[in-house]
Structures are given as structure tokens and as C-alpha cells.
Write a protein that binds this ligand. Structure first.
Ligand code: OSB
Ligand code: MG
Length: 371
């Protein structure tokens, strides 16, 4: 089988609510949608990098460059029977790093292969759950009252796990207030690398709040400091930004730098690496969960398939469509199963959603066709 043509679509979608992390505020979410065409079938992937190199070192501009100049041209006409065959294509052999660009194209190929075989993607990945446990990730809010209102809305909507973003000056008070109001809710915090080991006393106070985990408290490139912090805490540390390749996960597990790992398929360069990390964590007794990047329906559908694997044991950052966008670009959209805080894995071929190309066009800033 061969891919004959690849399209790149740079889009920008207005978010329902601005999303603030320790990096800053986003009101629009950019993405590069990748469509691979061949054998009469189209597969879709989503590149989730932002406009700024804050969460990762990639940006929309670098991902576009690497996809259009290197990865995509090298894949045209390359024989593919299995998604892993892309690794022998000229583009993939040449490019180091640029995981988010690679993941977008690799995931489009997985979708394409699954659609050609007419099976849901989860079957190719080895997942079997039909519903995935999910939670909601709440950005930093202008006021504590505003945060408490948001938390109340999401709990009323049926979300069984709440994650809040923290930064210096916005940590203990919001977490303590939420814990006081909801003594039994699954609650966790995500610092996006905003703290240092000097903040140990602060984390020791958080340790009494019965948090599910503390996500990426320290520097994005310092696994050793995380090991030092984890040794002082009973709350599990979860690594997000620190894990880019299976070797990072091996190092983190070896050093006991975390007790949980967040797998984002984009950050680790695609499904192949995501599966490798899932498997090595399973062997080490480390539960994983599926992180999110405010994906459109394409990336969110892909995440649901991945999160259906057995060692995804904690609720995913995959919320219902209306938590992110007024009008998404794929159908069907996702709703929360309120009785058990899950979202169902779409059961059509491939990622199981149909892309609304007219809707893509309304959000599009740039398009390129390769091949
Ligand atoms: O650290 O998990 C993160 C969004 C953008 C960048 C980083 C992160 C996030 C989220 C979003 O937390 C979670 C979601 O998609 O619902
Ligand atoms: Mg995170």
C-alpha cells in the first residue's frame, strides 16, 4: 500500500473558555491537521504544538517546516503494510526530535491503515475497553470564587476527577478549598514545571490533601530533582513534560522519580513510542494515564483509542467536546457518560470520526498539498 498525497491544514479554533497554565493564557487553539491519502482512503492526524515553544520546544512553525520539507515528502510512495513501516521512510530516518510533528503524521498513518482494514484503531493498538475513565483539567482562574464555581459546574456535569493547574502563589489555597468542599473527589494538581526543590515545604503541605498525584512539579528537563522530591512525599509524582522517549520513562522509573506517568501521544512522537512506554510501565508496575492537549475531535478520538489499553489505569484528560469548542471539526462529537465519568471509544473504522472538511476550511489559516 502507498500514500499518494498528504495535506497539511493549519487551523486556529476559538476555545469556549480561555485556558491558563503556568506558561500563560490561550484563547485560541492552533493545530496542524494532517491528511494522508492513498488506496482511495484518507487517514487523519493532529499536531498539537502551540504557537509558542513553552510546553514543548516545538511550535506550529517548526512542525510545519519539518512535516512539509522532510517527513511528508519522504513518505510518498514508500511501501506501507503496517504503521511501523513509516520508520524506514527517508524522512523519519533523517529527522531527530520533533516528536509532535512526527506523531501527527504517524497517527494519520495508523488511522489510514485501520480504515483500510476496516477496524477501530483500538484493535490495532491492542486496546479493548469500550469506555475510558475521564476527568477535566481546569486552568488557573482569575479568582478563587471563580475557580470554585468552575469546579462545581464540572462536578455537576458528572466529572469524577478534577485536575487544577497551579503556579507559585496559586497552589495551597485553591487545593485546600476544593478539598474542603469535596472531601472525596479525585483531585490532582498540574504545575507544568513551575516550581523548584526549594519549594519542598510547600509540597509537604500539599501532601496532606489526599491528592491523586502532583503532575510535573519541577523542571521539564530534570528527572533527578523529581526523584529527590518524590523521596519526601507520599503523594505520587506524575511526569508529563519530562518524558519524550521510552528511555526517559526507563530512567524515571529506575531513579524512582515518579509513581505515575502521563502519556501524551504527541509528546512521545506517536503511537509506537506511546505503546512502548505503556508496556514498560506495565512491567514496572507504574500506572499510566492519557494526557490531553486541548485536541480537536481528531486528536481526542485518537486519545480515546490509546486510553483503552489495559495499563491506562487513571482517568484521562479527555473531556467532552463542549468543554473545549463550540463547533468541532469532526463528528460525532464526544459527550460524557455521566453515570460513570467515562467517554465511549468511537467504534467506526480507524479513529471512528468523520472530519467535516467544510468546518476545517472555516478555521483554516494555511493549506499545503504534498504529492
Ligand atoms: O500539562 O497537561 C498539560 C493543555 C495544554 C498544555 C499542557 C497541558 C494541557 C492540559 C489540557 O492539561 C488537558 C485537556 O486536553 O483537557
Ligand atoms: Mg501536564
Amino acid at each position: 500500500m502507498k500514500i499518494e498525497r498528504i495535506e497539511l491544514h493549519h487551523i486556529s479554533m476559538p476555545l469556549v473558555h480561555p485556558f491558563e497554565t503556568s506558561f500563560g493564557v490561550e484563547t485560541n487553539r492552533p493545530a496542524i491537521l494532517v491528511a494522508v491519502h492513498g488506496e482511495g482512503i484518507t487517514g487523519w492526524g493532529e499536531c498539537v504544538t502551540g504557537d509558542r515553544p513553552d510546553y514543548s520546544s516545538e511550535t506550529i512553525v517548526t512542525a510545519w517546516h519539518v512535516l512539509s520539507e522532510f517527513l511528508a515528502p519522504g513518505l510518498l510512495g514508500h511501501p506501507i503494510e503496517d504503521p511501523a513501516d513509516i520508520f524506514s521512510s527517508p524522512g523519519y530516518r533523517m529527522v531527530r526530535g520533533h516528536n509532535m510533528a512526527k506523531a501527527a503524521l504517524e497517527n494519520a498513518v495508523w488511522d489510514w491503515v485501520a480504515r483500510i482494514r476496516n477496524v477501530p484503531l483500538q484493535m490495532l493498538l491492542g486496546g479493548s475497553k469500550k469506555r475510558v475513565d475521564v476527568g477535566v483539567s481546569i486552568g488557573i482562574q482569575p479568582t478563587l470564587d471563580g475557580l470554585m464555581e468552575r469546579v462545581a459546574q464540572f462536578i455537576a456535569a458528572g466529572y469524577g476527577r478534577i485536575k487544577v493547574k497551579i503556579k507559585p502563589g496559586w497552589e495551597l489555597t485553591p487545593l485546600t478549598e476544593i478539598r474542603r468542599a469535596y472531601p472525596h473527589i479525585k483531585l490532582m494538581a498540574d504545575a507544568n514545571s513551575a516550581f523548584s526543590l526549594a519549594d519542598l515545604p510547600l509540597f509537604q503541605q500539599m501532601d496532606d490533601l489526599n491528592l491523586l498525584m502532583i503532575e510535573q512539579p519541577l523542571a521539564h528537563d530534570d528527572i533527578i530533582d523529581h526523584a529527590a522530591l518524590q523521596a519526601h512525599l507520599k503523594t505520587p509524582i506524575c511526569l508529563d513534560e519530562s518524558i519524550h522517549i521510552p528511555g526517559d520513562a526507563r530512567l524515571a522509573i529506575h531513579l524512582e522519580a515518579c509513581r505515575v506517568i502521563n502519556i501524551k501521544v504527541a509528546r512521545v512522537g506517536g503511537f509506537t513510542n506511546a505503546l512502548a512506554i505503556h508496556n514498560l510501565c506495565a512491567e514496572a508496575g507504574i500506572p499510566v494515564w492519557c494526557g490531553g492537549m486541548l485536541e480537536t475531535g481528531i486528536g481526542r478520538a485518537a486519545n480515546l483509542h490509546l486510553a483503552s489499553l489495559p495499563n491506562f489505569k487513571l482517568p484521562a484528560d479527555i473531556s467532552a467536546t463542549d468543554r473545549y469548542y463550540h463547533r468541532d471539526i469532526a463528528e460525532p462529537t464526544f459527550t460524557l457518560n455521566t453515570e460513570d465519568s467515562t467517554i465511549s471509544v468511537p467504534q467506526g473504522a480507524g479513529i471512528g470520526v468523520t472530519v467535516n472538511t467544510a468546518q476545517v476550511a472555516t478555521y483554516r489559516l494555511r493549506k499545503e498539498v504534498i504529492g
